[in-house]
Design a protein around this ligand. Structure first.
Ligand code: SF4
Ligand code: SF4
Length: 341
């Protein structure tokens, strides 16, 4: 895996410094942001390397094709910085090590990547995903290693990503349906940003979901519910796909009212900030986020990422919101799943 493609001249001429001006965890004006990114590029010390909560959002905020967050992660690791406590970082490295225990379905020309998350294989069943039945690829051998961006360990990504891509390519699949934003973001953002080829065509599950629901339009029953959406950090790597949430919700008759922490201004689920900056810091994010959801009058909290769902389900339930994955909400709209959650 080659060096990150990052052009300091693009920063030097940047009129907005949006990467850090829009960061929700730091205060910068445009001149300061531009200067700080150039400092980081030159390998100088920067408070950004310490204060970053690894929300991934500056990858979306930069509209000039540079990769501010990927650069921050490289510099953190070069300086030997740990974002999370060492035991947690090592635990992640160890528990996701490839051990030959992957599960591979009957894959022909297309595969469904369920990463390292068994819940994704459960979600991806039923009528909606019937074209992908038994084509799953699940386990550490197929796990996109993007999570190590959170732990300032891009070296793990550099080591594992080519192996993961090779493992998926060896299944013979020409197309890989990515059931997790982190996987699609890895193959369409991290890989090209580091000059690594992806020999198969990654397909984003929401693209598939939208098209599939359109083809089932006669079977759709408008839900007539109001929902709030929890945007995951990894969606920041693929902001061009964010519109699909609203497109799908429109299709199934779910209303997504505007709220403060939505779209570019979304707050993460708080799990990674908890291990990086502590419980109180995470609780502040979570409470602001959930209170904001409640103010819209939403009945459901809709998740895209199973990790966010695991982190926030109990909290949102206690506040009176029903947690549900977007796919399950779609299954409700075709009558495959009941309304109890
Ligand atoms: S990373 Fe992007 S937004 Fe930030 S200063 Fe450079 S060009 Fe501008
Ligand atoms: S990853 Fe998030 S916290 Fe870190 S600099 Fe970027 S926007 Fe700020």
């Amino acid at each position: 895996m080659d060096a990150l493609k990052f052009d300091e001249q693009v920063c030097a001429t940047c009129p907005t410094g949006d990467c850090l001006v829009k960061c929700q965890y730091m205060e910068f004006d445009a001149d300061g942001a531009r200067a700080e990114m150039l400092k980081i590029f030159r390998g100088e010390d920067s408070a950004v390397l310490k204060d970053c909560v690894t929300c991934y959002a500056c990858e979306e905020y930069c509209r000039r094709g540079n990769h501010p967050f990927y650069l921050i992660v490289d510099r953190q690791e070069e300086k030997g910085m740990l974002t999370a406590p060492r035991p947690i970082t090592n635990q992640w490295i160890n528990m996701t090590t490839m051990q030959g225990k992957m599960m591979t379905g009957a894959i022909e020309d297309r595969a469904m990547s369920c990463c390292f998350i068994p819940q994704l294989a459960e979600l991806a069943g039923g009528e909606i995903f019937k074209d992908y039945a038994w084509s799953f690829a699940l386990g550490a051998e197929y796990m996109c290693p993007a999570v190590f961006l959170h732990f300032a360990r891009k070296s793990i990504i550099r080591e594992r990503l080519p192996q993961v891509i090779d493992n998926l390519a060896r299944t013979g699949a020409q197309e890989v349906l990515c059931m997790h934003d982190e996987c699609y973001g890895t193959y369409t953002s991290i890989a090209p940003a580091h000059g690594i080829d992806v020999p198969f065509k990654p397909i984003y599950y929401m693209d598939y979901l939208y098209e599939r629901l359109l083809s089932m339009k006669d079977d759709l029953r408008p839900l007539g519910v109001k929902v709030a959406y929890q945007r995951p950090c990894s969606n920041r790597l693929i902001p061009e796909k964010h519109h699909l949430v609203r497109d799908i919700l429109d299709l199934i008759g779910a209303d997504l009212p505007d709220r403060e922490y939505q779209d570019e201004n979304a707050l993460c689920c708080g799990e990674v900030p908890r291990v990086i900056h502590g419980l109180r810091f995470a609780e502040d994010i979570q409470h602001r986020n959930i209170d904001d959801m409640l103010e819209t009058g939403a009945e459901y909290c809709v998740f895209n990422c199973p990790a966010c769902q695991t982190t926030l389900s109990e909290l949102v339930t206690k506040k009176g919101l029903k947690p549900i994955h977007l796919i399950d909400l779609c299954k409700m709209a075709i009558g495959e799943k009941g309304e109890e959650v």
